[in-house]
Design a binder for this molecule. Structure first.
Ligand code: G6P
Length: 495
């Protein structure tokens, strides 16, 4: 029998690697920094996941297994920011075949409804199996007897089964941060059965939306020939029959923390400076994305470009700031996208800029949280228009920063966030005319209506923050073996 701590993690008898709580994610929650003296230090990488899991890690004596993002040998176990971390090494060839190849040129486009064509290569799959095996091995070494192991995202879908084969005593949760596609798309994957069987090593499978969980359950039936009942998959194996649950747990952000940053006087001052630097326009439109083809950046730029052509929007009255943070730059589809985005920005600016007045401010950079909060504060209308997105935390960050309840959010229907934000101006990013009209409606919204919309979104983000998400997943995971099937069909957010 397990003992629940405050955060919903089962306290286990020490043993094995000694950690009662093990996070397995493709990335470590820290970035490597080269010091001028040639040494290495680690600084926290921005991201809600670590904020949510840090208290659980500390309370349960947890460890985090992940990759630093550089090719080379494993940094080995180390302490950083007071957390116990186990760095995994990837060789240059594994970076190409596992990370850039199978993760980001096979699974990423496949799981995002084939917006780009997925490539299927057997040697990429072999690298995926080998790297997943190493992560599973590390988890098996770190976990105490009866520990809780939480595996994250599409890069590590084989880890649950590989880990269970070595450590039948641990409780395993898996959360997929990106969409899980419909079966007609998933079925393209030559290794669909192995992926499903890999996932089913877990006790609980978490997804962003109910539709993702439904798609995964269908994949269990079709690709692995298993029987599902409601949200339960019955899995038989040498160790007997097990029930695996699949449910929606919409992820969120550290809403209170971000709201506090946005309330700081230095951040508010910076927001005023940004507006001044932009020439004090009446309306600041903002886009913030990783430079990824799923984010709909080109569709957004095209809509804005047409509004400029038609004289409906543009400087000096309105300007667009587009932050596009560098991502996966060696993957071909990302290189092509960057060229297309940069050509489109130059075309728009070439046509519509005047000396001292630029319609699109394009920033191919990443910024610290404070600068992001200032940008969110400076923006009257936030444009979040992905073609497909598991959740989209930028939408939630914008809302969390708007402490005065002003501002408007234009949000794609094809994001997980759209399921939660009734107060957003929803758009179909493929419908350029519709998107143009909706952007215009958002720019002209009356303050009272804007407030009503923002208030409802802020309530949602405040009440459903990332700590609640983690606690909800972990308490459901803790209940899986004793109360299989009880509540798993409900959205975790309704608990
Ligand atoms: C998405 C994925 C994450 C991934 C992140 C950054 O949010 O869900 O698993 O870590 O993108 O991508 P990268 O390729 O830099 O890890």
């Amino acid at each position: 029998m397990s003992l629940m701590t405050e955060n919903g993690v089962a306290a286990a008898e020490p043993g094995g690697g000694g950690h009662n709580f093990v996070v397995v994610a493709s990335r470590l929650p820290v970035d490597r920094v080269e010091e001028p003296d040639g040494g290495t230090s680690w600084r926290p990488s921005p991201g809600g996941l670590v904020t949510a899991l840090e208290p659980v890690m500390r309370e349960a004596g947890g460890t985090w297994i992940g990759w630093s993002g550089d090719a080379g040998p494993a940094p080995g176990p180390f302490e950083a920011q007071g957390l116990h971390l186990v760095g995994m090494g990837l060789s240059e060839q594994e970076v190409r075949n596992f990370y850039e190849g199978f993760c980001n040129a096979t699974l990423w486009p496949l799981y995002h409804d084939v917006i780009a064509s997925p490539q299927f290569h057997r040697h990429w799959w072999d690298a995926y199996v080998a790297v997943n095996q190493r992560f599973a091995q590390a988890a098996a070494e770190q976990a105490a007897q009866g520990a809780t192991v939480w595996v994250h995202d599409y890069q590590l879908q084989l880890v649950p089964r590989m880990l269970r084969e070595q450590r039948a005593d641990v409780r395993i949760g898996f959360f997929n941060h990106i969409p899980f596609p419909g079966y007609e798309i998933f079925a393209q994957l030559p290794w669909r059965r192995q992926v499903v069987e890999g996932l089913l090593g877990a006790d609980l499978l978490g997804f962003q939306r109910r539709a993702d969980a439904t798609n995964a359950l269908r994949a269990c039936r079709r690709a692995a020939g298993l029987t599902t009942r409601g949200t339960t998959v019955r899995v038989g194996g040498p160790a007997g029959i097990r029930d695996v649950q699949a449910a929606a747990f919409p992820i969120s952000i550290d809403s209170a923390g971000l709201s506090q940053i946005a309330a700081r006087e230095d951040v508010r001052k910076r927001a005023r400076e940004i507006r001044e630097a932009l020439g004090q326009p009446e309306i600041v439109l903002l886009g913030v994305d990783r430079l990824d083809y799923t984010k709909g950046i080109l569709h957004r730029l095209n809509a804005y470009g047409e509004l400029l052509n038609e004289g409906r929007l543009g400087p000096p009255q309105a300007v667009l700031v587009q932050v596009a943070s560098p991502s996966r730059e060696r993957v071909e589809a990302y290189r092509t996208l960057r060229e297309e985005v940069e050509q489109t920005v130059s075309r728009i600016n070439g046509q519509h800029a005047e000396v001292g007045s630029t319609p699109v401010h394009y920033l191919h950079q990443s910024y610290p949280r404070e600068e992001m909060a200032a940008l969110y504060l400076a923006a009257d209308v936030m444009l979040v228009t992905p073609l497909r997105d598991g959740m989209n935390l930028v939408a939630k960050e914008y809302v969390a920063c708007r402490n005065d309840e002003s501002g408007a959010l234009v949000l794609s229907e094809f994001t997980g966030a759209a399921d939660e934000f009734g107060g957003a101006f929803l758009v179909n990013p493929h419908d350029i005319e519709g998107m143009k009209d909706t952007i215009m409606r958002a720019t002209a919204v009356k303050p009272a209506e804007a407030r009503r919309r923002m208030r409802s979104m802020r309530r949602r983000v405040r009440e459903h923050d990332v700590a609640r998400w983690a606690a909800s997943f972990l308490s459901t995971l803790d209940g899986t073996s004793v109360a299989a099937g009880a509540d798993a069909g409900r959205d975790a957010s309704t608990y």
